[in-house]
Ligand binder design. Structure first.
Ligand code: MG
Length: 289
């Protein structure tokens, strides 16, 4: 089941894509009251709705998809250096990434509003000289999670989306903490949908890719994460409540511009098209303004 947030005639709604993905069924057709994805997640409380056979739907061509959670309640929780090949390229590129492995790296990404599929990303070229892409699997928490064991983590996952963890490398590295360089306006494109967790479980093995102007830059599988999703949920929820609707970006594989040899680092420029793909979820494509 694929949940979407969409704009129809100037108003935002939530719904589910039809199986052929040509239309969206409004949540109201299932008898749900939710007007936003955060309300929907709360209302469902760990369950998924049954789609009525006679449900009315709206053609996708008549709506505009938004990020599935356009304005998360809190910052996005991010994993840094969570694919082994990316650790190697990042460490090669800059000593700031040269850390002893053994514990997960967590940081936070502030956002005002997640950029929609097809939307433009402000490259902030007045303060950023090294704009980079990072395709990532995003986890959406479905029920308030506190002291959850890894074996039970699946019961707390609502679903999965695609996140581009857009990064200003110069700001990320010069301020020591990554927060500023990861948190500029527009640096969190998200979408196109949330794939329900019942389709792929708590340890999804999905091909993950990123293209820039049609050139493949990243190509991996989510099973290559160093710290898997149940581990992350157990560790974090032991100390902080992960409220329903929390978004966790689980790290990126190798192939980012930062990881290329300095003389050929292909950072993003105005007009570039970044296409993030995760099999089973879909495509998140955005243009640099
Ligand atoms: Mg990242």
């Amino acid at each position: 089941m694929k949940f979407v947030t969409y704009n129809y005639n100037g108003t935002e709604y939530v719904g589910v894509l039809t199986n052929d993905e040509t239309s969206v069924i409004p949540a109201s057709e299932f008898g749900l009251k939710a007007g936003s994805m955060l309300e929907l997640i709360k209302e469902l409380d760990g369950s998924y709705p049954a789609i009525p056979t006679q449900a009315k739907s709206i053609a996708l061509s008549d709506v505009k998809l938004e990020a599935p959670i356009p304005e998360p309640r809190q910052d996005v929780i991010c994993l840094g250096l969570n694919y082994r090949d990316h650790v190697e390229e990042a460490t090669r590129a800059d000593a700031v990434f040269d850390i002893q492995r053994g514990d997960a790296v967590y940081f936070s990404k502030r956002l005002q509003r997640a950029v929609a599929p097809g939307g433009e990303i402000d490259g902030h070229f007045d303060i950023c000289d090294s704009l980079d892409y990072e395709v990532e699997l995003g986890v959406i928490i479905g029920r308030d999670a506190k002291n959850v064991k890894a074996a039970d983590a699946g019961k707390y996952i609502f679903g999965y989306t695609i996140i581009n963890d857009v990064s200003a490398r110069n700001l990320q590295t010069c301020h020591k903490q990554w927060y500023f360089g990861k948190s500029l306006d527009d640096f969190t494109p998200m979408g196109p949908c949330i794939l329900s967790a019942d389709e792929v479980g708590a340890m999804p093995e999905l091909d993950i890719r990123c293209y820039v102007n049609g050139e493949k830059r990243q190509d991996s599988n989510t099973r290559m994460m160093i710290f898997d999703i149940p581990y992350i949920i157990e560790e974090l929820s032991a100390g902080m409540t992960l409220k329903a609707g929390t978004v966790i970006a689980t790290g990126t594989p190798s192939g980012v511009a930062l990881g290329m040899p300095p003389e050929v680092q292909k950072y993003l420029e105005s007009g570039d098209v970044v296409r993030c793909e995760i099999d089973g979820i879909g495509v998140l494509e955005n243009t640099i303004a």
